[in-house]
Design a protein around this ligand. Structure first.
Ligand code: HEM
Ligand code: 2DC
Length: 469
């Protein structure tokens, strides 16, 4: 017989007990490890109440499948209230990230066509390839300048610029020029504000932003300042394209970028387009850059694996003869490496849905309307799900076996990451060019852990050395 909802294990009855584990394990910055700990204590399902929201947490791929089958026609995630509070406060429209219901769906369907459908992603390849090549040129230049035949640096800042340059090229069909030496201060501010925006969001998962706003708390003020800078810079970029398009709508058959395509399509209001394009621009910076940084870190730790990937890339290069679309079809190990990075270092600590029908998971009844979270970080490190989980092994994604609900780093279904294809192509092309040009090395002793600042980040700077082959 099925056990009742109230029998689900967990500290949910006693907020004090959960607060205690939360505090003991380092709280805020450790959510991912607290979740691992909770699964170890309670098993594959537990109920919890943290801050102002209650949820049921699951970890198994088979249970994830049940969850996503019950997500309904308008899948809804946990609302990040800091983000909606800012939009309400400044009277700015929600984009696809924050919309729900029919409004979300109608916008998303149109955006899908321009951002993630197979018919358009081919257009992104040359744009992203160009940025990848420029990154390599920039590294060669830095190596030359150093006079040491190598370049050692915390590459995160370089990767932020690379990522913003990449996503902007796709969105606007234009280069911003972020891989040159001089960077415009407004753009640097935009980059810094995205990081600040994420960082100031996480405390507000636990303390309602409305409250923080009323007492004039610093996190709220910083958060508003960050979003203000993000919106004003994105507005300028969007306005610029809009103006050009009105002056000369002819684009001579050249792919004009996502924004111009959406404007010409004329199916979404300008305000809706602006809101979603701003979200895409802001969502395109820290996510791919940090994933690439982790990948370089892992490849530096495993030099033999790095050589294997390089060999794959060189073979693919020889057989595709510069046809990048063809090339991208023959690098399974590089793709496996990206999946493997995201297994160990996911951007999102969890995936969540409000279920729209009653379900049974681990023999417990869960009523419709409940917020159910899949612990993505915990799942990626669980030995029952991924044997020898701490080993970075891209080949585990190659074998003929099916990875039923195990590859969920970008979410699932109609509400999955809208930037997924941009992110994947951008990261694949980056790694291709990097591996073709440089050896990646790191200092031996240093081991890097992770910290939670809304997204999962390295807990210390990662110093890497790039050496020409
Ligand atoms: C949503 C992961 C890069 C824009 C999401 C979600 C995840 C995710 C897990 C939630 C999906 C769900 O609930 O099922 C990632 C990862 C990235 C990445 C791992 C790179 C390594 C990007 C990029 C962009 C972007 C480059 C923009 C170009 C978005 C947007 C949503 C989203 C707009 C909300 C979609 C909606 O609610 O309909 N992402 N993301 N992401 N992501 Fe990404
Ligand atoms: C954070 O408990 C932890 O892709 C919370 O590009 C639950 C939660 C809800 C939504 C998740 C968020 C977590 C992590 C960051 C995500 C976000 C949805 C989209 C966002 C995963 C897991 C992200 C990084 C987007 C951000 C776009 C934004 C900057 C405009």
């Amino acid at each position: 017989t099925v056990r009742s909802y109230d029998e689900i294990p967990g500290n949910w009855r006693s907020s004090l007990a959960s607060l205690y584990t939360f505090w003991k394990l380092g709280g805020l910055k450790n959510i991912h490890r607290i979740m691992v700990n909770n699964f170890n204590t309670f098993g594959p399902i537990y109920r919890e109440k943290v801050g102002y929201y209650e949820s049921v947490n699951i970890i198994n791929p088979e249970d994830a499948a049940i969850l996503f089958k019950a997500e309904g026609r308008y899948p809804k995630r946990l609302t990040v209230e800091a983000w909606t509070a800012y939009r309400d406060y400044r009277n700015r429209r929600y984009g696809v990230l924050l919309k729900n219901g029919e409004d979300w769906r109608s916008n998303r369907v149109i955006l899908n066509k321009e951002v993630i459908s197979p018919q358009v992603v081919g257009n992104f390849v040359p744009l992203l390839d160009e940025v990848g090549q420029d990154f390599v040129s920039r590294v060669h230049k830095q190596i030359e300048r150093s006079g040491k035949g190598r370049w050692t640096a915390d590459l995160s800042h370089e990767l932020f610029r690379f990522a913003l340059e990449s996503v902007s090229h796709v969105l606007y069909g234009e280069r911003l020029g972020l891989l040159q030496d001089h960077i415009d201060p407004d753009t640097q501010k935009f980059i810094d504000c995205i990081t600040l925006m994420f960082k100031t969001t996480s405390p507000m998962l636990y303390i309602p932003p409305a409250l923080l706003r009323r007492v004039g708390a610093k996190v709220w003020r910083d958060h508003v300042e960050a979003w203000d800078a993000i919106f004003s810079h994105a507005d300028r970029c969007i306005q610029n394209i809009y103006r050009k398009l009105r002056q000369s709508p002819e684009s001579e058959g050249k792919y004009p970028g996502v924004l111009a395509s959406l404007l010409m399509l004329d199916k979404l209001s300008i305000e809706d387009i602006k809101a979603s394009v701003t979200e895409l621009m802001a969502g395109g910076v820290d996510t791919t850059s940090i994933t690439l940084l982790w990948t370089m870190y892992e490849l530096a730790r495993y030099p033999d694996l790095q050589e294997q990937l390089r060999a794959e890339v060189q073979d693919a290069w020889a057989s595709s003869q510069g046809d990048m679309i063809k090339m991208l079809k023959s690098i399974p190990l590089v793709k496996g490496a990206i999946k493997e990075t995201l297994r160990l270092h996911p951007v999102a600590v969890s995936l969540q849905r409000y279920i729209t029908e009653d379900i049974v998971i681990q023999n417990y009844h869960i009523p419709s309307g409940t917020l159910v979270q899949l612990g993505l970080y915990a799942m990626g490190r669980n030995p029952q799900i991924f044997p020898r989980p701490l080993q970075y092994n891209p080949a585990r994604w190659l074998k003929g076996e099916i990875h039923y609900f195990k590859s969920l780093s970008f979410g699932f279904g109609p509400r999955q990451c809208l930037g997924r294809r941009i992110a994947e192509i951008e990261m694949q092309l980056f790694l291709i060019h990097l591996l073709q040009n440089f050896k990646i090395e790191k200092q031996r002793q240093v081991n890097v852990g992770s910290t939670f600042e809304l997204i999962i980040l390295p807990d210390k700077p990662i110093l890497l050395t790039l050496r020409p082959l």
